[in-house]
Write a protein that binds this ligand. Structure first.
Ligand code: FES
Ligand SMILES: [Fe+2]
Length: 386
């Protein structure tokens, strides 16, 4: 058993979503955002770790390629000391094994140029897609044909005219704690004193209580993204503005706010959230909780706007930089980051999945666990991260 994976004894006791609990390092054979396009310039080499797998990107003639960040000779990480002698390759700093990025082939050994192994061995490659200013990588089996990226991002994410701006940071919590924090309908309680409430004139309740099972729906058609949506309407959700204990009001939120947002929150395989609209009536927020390993995730946050011209896009970029990064993506969501890191300890040894006491408002989380269990294309196992 490789350290950090879920014990079989825990898995044997899981009643709902066994595959989800097993996916401590994420789901296999899915696309994940890894870095932003502007973090990798021509001929730049950038290492990353996704779902436990150490990988290395290089941009060559504009296109980004990815190989495993491990020399086949004696297993060192190529990124420990980057050495590139030709545009299309990387050379291992230890004994000079050199790999082509496009097909992974060992095409030379700098100090032993006539070696018999040249051209006969290779390092594994990963499929890469660059869309919307983001480098996505397909973490999976090399012989598994990657489905279109559209199937692994929330609907609308890649739409024409839907422009995105984003940021990312590392969070010290398992990726599922991130995902569940985002989709959790009663965690809104942690945001009750957020600086964003007045700034964006929000009517933000203290709790959103689903009235029945119809408060959420699932999307699981073949060939499309798989997800669960909360539908916020007076028939499905009761927004609570007066917080009470034993009938006494103990906390009021701000019902007079002009913007009663969001209208729907949804979660998508393998690890994305969509909040619509948010943090303003003409914007959408997307988040991805990308597993780094069993105890950390990359938190990607994007705001998106539908625009019809470059001028509108530039105006959105200015608003993003000057207002939303500070007030929403950092100001508001730092509550979430704090909560995830504070929640990590309970789930760290995986017995938390057995010890938790969910309540009626967690119905959407349970549905997400079931959907993820049902629609994943595989689970990251110890042999995948060696
Ligand atoms: S370990 Fe890379 S060339 Fe020897
Ligand atoms: Fe939140």
């Amino acid at each position: 058993m490789t350290e950090g994976f879920v014990d079989q004894a825990v898995l044997d006791q899981v009643k709902v979503g066994k595959g989800y609990v097993a996916a401590k390092y994420g789901f296999r054979n899915h696309w994940y955002p890894a870095i932003f396009s502007d973090q990798i310039e021509e001929e730049q080499v950038v290492p990353a770790q996704i779902c436990g797998e150490k990988i290395i990107f290089k941009r060559i003639d504009g296109k980004v390629f990815c190989i495993k960040d491990q020399c086949i000779h004696k297993g060192v990480q190529l990124s420990k000391k980057v050495e590139c002698f030709t545009k299309g390759t990387i050379t291992c700093w230890y004994h000079g094994f050199t790999y082509r990025f496009d097909d992974g082939v060992l095409n030379g050994i700098v100090g032993v140029p006539d070696s018999n192994v040249i051209g006969r061995k290779r390092v594994r490659t990963y499929a890469v897609e660059e869309q919307k200013g983001v480098i996505f990588v397909f973490i999976g089996d090399e012989d598994f044909a990657p489905p279109p990226l559209e199937e692994d991002v929330p609907p609308g994410f890649l739409a024409e005219g839907h422009v995105l701006r984003g940021r990312s940071q590392e969070v010290a919590a398992n990726w599922r704690i991130g995902a569940e924090n985002g989709f959790d309908s009663t965690h809104i309680f942690i945001h009750k004193d957020s600086i964003l409430i007045e700034d964006a004139d929000l009517a933000l309740p203290l709790g959103l209580v689903p009235l029945h099972n119809g408060a959420f729906e699932t999307t699981e058609e073949d060939g499309g993204p798989k997800g669960v949506h909360d539908i916020f309407s007076p028939e499905t959700i009761n927004p609570v503005f007066e917080g009470k204990i034993e009938g006494e009001i103990v906390k009021m939120s701000r019902p007079e706010g002009k913007n009663m947002l969001p209208q729907t929150i949804s979660i998508w395989m393998p690890c994305a959230l969509r909040v619509q609209p948010w943090p303003a009536p003409d914007l959408t927020q997307y988040e991805f909780y990308v597993p780094i390993d069993g105890v950390r995730h990359i938190y990607f946050q994007f705001l998106a706007k539908d625009v019809t011209s470059d001028k509108e896009e530039m105006a959105f970029e200015k608003e993003f930089k000057e207002r939303w990064v500070e007030k929403a993506l950092i100001g508001f969501n730092q509550d979430d980051i704090w909560a995830r890191e504070a929640n990590q300890e309970f789930y760290a040894d995986d017995t938390g999945w057995l010890r938790e006491s969910l309540f009626e408002a967690d119905g959407n989380i349970v549905r997400w666990r079931k959907l993820a269990d049902q629609h994943n294309r595989g689970i990251q196992e110890p042999q995948h991260v060696r």
